[in-house]
Design a protein around this ligand. Structure first.
Ligand code: VNL
Ligand code: MN
Length: 333
C-alpha cells in the first residue's frame, strides 16, 4: 500500500545558520528554547543534521519502513522569526531547493511551499510561483507571525492566493504567541506537550469565528496532531458559540463552527498515535478528512507506521488514510 507521510520536516543550511544567529541572542520568544536546543552553539542535538538530510539516511529509513513518500515542509518556525526581507529571500531559496529535491525523486518526495506572512503581497506572489513554476503541492505556515494570526485583514492576500491557487495551507505549530505564552513558560509546557496544540487550535478557531471562511469559502486548511484537540471540543464549541453568556460576535456566521471545521479543514495523525483518538476523529469528521503523518524527524518512523498498519479500520479506509486523501488534498500524482 502506498504510504504518504504528510508532515515531514526538513531544512536548508542557510536557514539553519540564520537560526543559529537567532539562538545567539537570548529572547523571551517562546520558540527561543527550541531554536537554542537545535541550533545553539552548545547544541548536541542530532535534529539539525536530520533536518538537513534528505537523500541519505532519510530515504534509507523510509525504505526500511515501507514509507513511499514524504510530503516535505520547512521545519518550524520556518522563516517567521526573521525580519520580513530576510524571510522572503530565505523562503524563496527554501522553495527552490525543495523543488529541486522533488524533481530528483518525484516518487519519494512532494513539498509544501513556505512564505513570509509578514510581507503578505510578496508572500502571495511566492505562493503563485511555488505552484505554477515550481509545481509544489501546497503551503506550510507556522501559526502566528509577530504574534498576529491569519484572520487579520492584512493577511487576506495570503488566504486569497491559497484559495485561487486551490492549494491547502498546513498550519503547523510554533510556540504560543506573546499574549498567550505566560503560564506555558514553566514545566516545558510551551512545546509539543501542550503549547503547540493550544497555539494552533486557537489559530484555527480565530479563522472559524472571525467569519473569514465566509469571505474565502473554498480555502482548504490542514492541522496536525489529530486536529490539535479541536475534534474533541466541537460539540461544546458549537453549543457555547450559539448560547454564549457573553456575546462577542461580529458579523453573523453562515455556518456553525463544526460545519466550517468539516468543510474547510482536514487533520493529520502526526505525533498522535492513539487508536481511540483516530477512531473518534474518523467518526466525527469523516474518513475523507484524516491523513497519515509521521512528523519526521521529531517522531520515529517505525511506530507511526505500525500505528497505521494496525489501526482499527477497513482496508478501504486504510487506503484513504495512508494515501488517497493526501493525493486529493495535496494534488499528489
Ligand atoms: C517538535 C515536535 C518540534 C514536532 C517540531 O517542530 C515538530 C518538538 C519544530 O517536540 O520539539 O514539528
Ligand atoms: Mn511537525
Amino acid at each position: 500500500m502506498r504510504k504518504i507521510a504528510t508532515e515531514e520536516a526538513f531544512s536548508i543550511p542557510e536557514i539553519a545558520d540564520a537560526l543559529e544567529e537567532v539562538a545567539a541572542t537570548p529572547s523571551l520568544d517562546s520558540d527561543y528554547w527550541l531554536v537554542d536546543a537545535i541550533y545553539g552553539a552548545e547544541s548536541k542535538s542530532p535534529l539539525r543534521s536530520k533536518l538537513l538530510d534528505l537523500e541519505d539516511e532519510r530515504l534509507a529509513e523510509m525504505d526500511a519502513n515501507g514509507v513511499s513518500m514524504h510530503l516535505l515542509s520547512l521545519t518550524a518556525p520556518g522563516v517567521q522569526m526573521f525580519d520580513a526581507d530576510t524571510a522572503c529571500g530565505l523562503a524563496e531559496l527554501a522553495n527552490d531547493r525543495l523543488a529541486e529535491v522533488v524533481r530528483r525523486h518525484p516518487d519519494r518526495f512532494a513539498g509544501l511551499a513556505t512564505f513570509a506572512p509578514h510581507a503578505p503581497r510578496r508572500a502571495a506572489e511566492e505562493m503563485a510561483r511555488a505552484i505554477e513554476s515550481l509545481h509544489l503541492n501546497g503551503f506550510i505556515v507556522n501559526s502566528h507571525t509577530n504574534n498576529e494570526y491569519l484572520d487579520n485583514r492584512k493577511y487576506w492576500p495570503i488566504l486569497e492566493a491559497a484559495e485561487d491557487l486551490d492549494r491547502c495551507v498546513y498550519i503547523h505549530p510554533r510556540g504560543p504567541s506573546a499574549g498567550l505564552v505566560g503560564p506555558f513558560r514553566d514545566y516545558g509546557l510551551a512545546g509539543a506537550t501542550w503549547g503547540y496544540g493550544i497555539e494552533v487550535s486557537t489559530h484555527a478557531l480565530r479563522l472559524i469565528l472571525s467569519g473569514v471562511l465566509d469571505r474565502f469559502p473554498r480555502l482548504q486548511l490542514c492541522i496536525g496532531h489529530m486536529g490539535e484537540a479541536i475534534p474533541f471540543w466541537l460539540w461544546r464549541i458549537d453549543n457555547r458559540w450559539r448560547m454564549s453568556t457573553v456575546p462577542q460576535r461580529g458579523k453573523p456566521l453562515e455556518l456553525t463552527p463544526s460545519e466550517y471545521f468539516k468543510r474547510n479543514f482536514v487533520i493529520t495523525t502526526s505525533g498522535q498515535e492513539n487508536p481511540l483518538a483516530l477512531d473518534y476523529s474518523i467518526k466525527t469528521l469523516g474518513i475523507d478528512n484524516v491523513l497519515w503523518a509521521i512528523d519526521h524527524p521529531y517522531q520515529p518512523t517505525a511506530p507511526a507506521v505500525s500505528f497505521m498498519d494496525n489501526a482499527p479500520v477497513t482496508e478501504e479506509e486504510r487506503e484513504k488514510l495512508y494515501h488517497l486523501n493526501a493525493e486529493r488534498v495535496f494534488h499528489i500524482i
